[in-house]
Unconditional design. Sequence first.
Length: 95
Amino acid sequence: MLVRHKPGANPTQLIEFNLSAIKQYYKILKIDPQNTLAKNNIGKLQKILNEQIQNLFDRGRKLFNENKFIEAENIFQDILKIDENHLAAKEFIGR
């Protein structure tokens, strides 16, 4: 299942949902390495996930620029829970 928007879900929940879906598709590939549906959906979900993380980062940066530092830091911390190597989020937390 590919999800860009889920009614009532916050952006972090959508990201977590899509990460979970990717993990499930990788489980399918362990059983059936030639499963093209799983391979294709992993690629599509990864693209959606990257967009969602970027949107979340943009929101955090906007809050930071509005001097809403605590809210921005919470968003950057959420990003780092998802991608601990996200350099831009690390840089904003270090400011």
